[in-house]
Design a protein around this ligand. Structure first.
Ligand code: MTE
Ligand code: MO
Length: 217
């Protein structure tokens, strides 16, 4: 075969497989531009504050994060220990169930996957339950947390995460509505059975998928 014939054959094969396209035939980058906003959402340029109204005062010298439940190595980190973990910078969007979204948030923090590596969940761990210093809680399947973009955040757009947004440390799960991300996170527990959190027992969807407009149960 001549080289260009080989290339054409390869391209034809890719075309048959619709390579680089989604099922609906829209190119990936086009989809990102056109459909970046999940259904029923609108983009805002500020970052609204939404919570139960308690912004706990958490001095860094007494702040701790505890990881436990069905894990081989439960632990509690101080602020210094948290900062000594591998740090990751990510840019993701943030979708609140009350219909606003913010784009291109530059986060810095520790990957949930790093927490898993350190704690080593047992095979029977299937769910994660987050508890916060304001007594908020939320829950997710372990596989939703075991993702490349799930972060325990302590910096936003180059500054310490503001207290009203969950500082010193909050969770964000970009593929879910924002209530799945615990502000002022205090404890992460690995469980065998799902345990609904604060909004999940009050009629919010347990799965919370923005692209499915999966808001309420
Ligand atoms: N600890 C805690 N985390 C929380 C909440 C809360 O009340 N307490 N509210 C949730 C809800 S409903 C939303 S929409 C987001 C809002 O985050 P923001 O205030 O930083 O925008 O935080 C989530 N995490
Ligand atoms: Mo929310």
């Amino acid at each position: 075969m001549e080289p260009n014939e080989r290339l054409i054959a390869k391209k034809e094969e890719w075309a048959r497989a619709k390579r680089g396209l989604l099922e609906d035939g829209v190119a990936q980058d086009q989809r990102t531009r056109r459909d970046r906003l999940p259904p029923g959402q609108h983009k805002v340029n500020n970052w609204p504050v939404l919570d139960l109204g308690i912004h706990p005062d958490l001095p860094l010298d007494t702040w701790t994060l505890t990881v436990g439940g069905l894990v081989e190595h439960p632990f509690t980190w101080t602020w210094e220990q948290f900062l000594a973990q591998p740090q990751v910078e990510l840019i993701t969007d943030f979708h609140c169930v009350t219909t606003w979204s913010t784009f291109d948030n530059a986060w810095k923090g520790v990957l949930f996957r790093h927490i898993m590596q350190m704690a080593n969940p047992r095979p029977d761990a299937k769910f994660v339950y987050f508890t916060s210093y304001d007594n908020y809680s939320t829950n997710l399947p372990l596989e939703a947390c075991d993702d490349e973009d799930v972060l325990l955040i302590h910096r936003w757009n180059g500054k310490p995460l503001p207290k009203e947004h969950g500082g010193p440390v909050r969770v964000h799960v970009p593929k879910r509505y924002a209530w799945k991300g615990a502000k002022w996170v205090k404890e992460i527990s690995f469980l065998e059975q799902d345990q609904p959190g604060y909004w999940e027992v009050r009629g919010y969807s347990n799965t919370a998928l923005p692209w499915d407009e999966d808001r309420y149960a």
